[in-house]
Design a protein around this ligand. Structure first.
Ligand SMILES: *Cc1c(COP(=O)(O)O)cnc(C)c1O
Length: 346
């Protein structure tokens, strides 16, 4: 890996971050808070939240097996994705490389930040061609974006190919593991010591069933986490979100139950869709969704919408001709989908 300073935009490296009242007063318990121009009434919502969410990170560290000092929390993973561009990529000068197809926010954030985005196609079977990815990088490539299990394809990238990228690329490698809770492979967040250039993303939006509270996680070295913290808004994760996340972390049984239920539903749903005459292929999945290649995705999509069932039409995405991305729902929802698809008249 290149020295972190060399990878970081100089304006960010030299930035003196905003110092808020809650940063300056730390540690000792106080009785009277007259430092932040808050209204003393309407407790507890009158007070600014902990800018570094320390209590929440402590709980999360325990559950996820990563030190609290290596955790960044943001307003969804989307905040972390945007911050990676703002910290490392000089607009109009630097570029990033990503797999294609993949999650759309990487290229949207690249465009917003005026950073060149180089999408490198996966192989036809959606596996990662590490050599092709590395060949697309040059001296201005600051970040490589990987997503595993990948959205919209659903498959986990082969560990060996991801490790090749981590070892051979000199810049930052992001591995978005939004769906890693749905498979049994070793998550990359446990390998931060081995790869100083690694940033792993997680989210409360999928298995953790909390998309509404907007809470995303980035795991990385303390130095990288320090840069993300320097640039984020001081109070980026609000009190209600922090409280609700702590509640979720205290009720892990629910998470396990949801995982088991969704995986069992997936086991039933996948072959049932695959055997439909209007389905040409269903791709292997390590996530709570799968990609199905249909005879006529556009028409089937609109047919389902008319029946009040929404899936994701991915047929205009690279390598995903005629593909629908289908999320695994409750047994009732999955049956409604299957019932509708069985009645479809080509
Ligand atoms: C859904 C999803 C996320 C979640 O984003 P949030 O902003 O945390 O809701 C992140 N990455 C991928 C690949 C996703 O599919």
């Amino acid at each position: 890996m290149k020295p972190l300073q060399e990878l970081t935009r100089s304006a960010i490296w030299e930035l003196t971050p905003y110092s808020c009242a809650r940063d300056e007063f730390k540690g000792r318990a106080a009785r009277v808070f007259l430092d932040a121009n808050e209204n003393p009434y309407n407790n507890p919502l009158n007070r600014y939240p902990d800018p570094l969410q320390e209590e929440l990170k402590k709980k999360l560290a325990h559950v996820k097996g990563v030190a609290a000092s290596k955790i960044f929390l943001g307003n969804g993973s989307d905040e972390a994705i945007d911050l990676v561009f703002r910290v490392f990529c000089e607009p109009r000068e630097d570029n990033v490389v990503a797999i294609a197809p993949t999650y759309g926010m990487y290229s949207v954030c690249a465009a917003i930040n005026d950073v060149e985005y180089r999408g490198v196609p996966l192989r036809q079977d959606f596996t990662l061609d590490a050599d092709a990815l590395l060949a697309a990088a040059d001296e201005h490539t600051k970040v490589i974006w990987l997503c595993s299990p990948n959205n919209p394809t659903g498959n986990a990238l082969e560990r060996q190919a991801v490790e090749q990228v981590l070892q051979q690329f000199e810049g930052i490698v992001v591995v978005d593991e939004a769906y890693s809770d749905f498979n049994d492979q070793r998550p990359f967040r446990l390998d931060l010591e081995k790869y100083p250039n690694l940033i792993v993303l997680n989210t409360f939006s999928k298995l953790w069933a909390s998309a509404a509270i907007r809470l995303g996680i980035a795991y990385a070295s303390e130095d990288i986490i320090g840069l993300l913290n320097k640039v984020k808004y001081p109070y980026n994760v609000n009190v209600l979100t922090q409280q609700q996340a702590m509640k979720m972390l205290d009720d892990l049984q629910h998470i396990d139950l949801w995982r088991a239920t969704l995986l069992s539903e997936r086991t039933h749903l996948l072959p049932s869709v695959a055997e439909l005459p209007i389905c040409k292929a269903v791709y292997p999945t390590d996530a709570n969704f799968f990609l199905a290649r249909m005879t006529d995705a556009d028409r089937i999509y609109h047919y389902l919408v008319d029946k009040g069932i929404v899936v994701r039409n991915r047929s205009r995405v690279q390598l995903c001709d005629n593909c629908l991305r289908i999320t695994v729902g409750t047994p009732e929802e999955n049956n409604a989908l299957l019932g509708a698809l069985r009645q479809y008249k080509p």
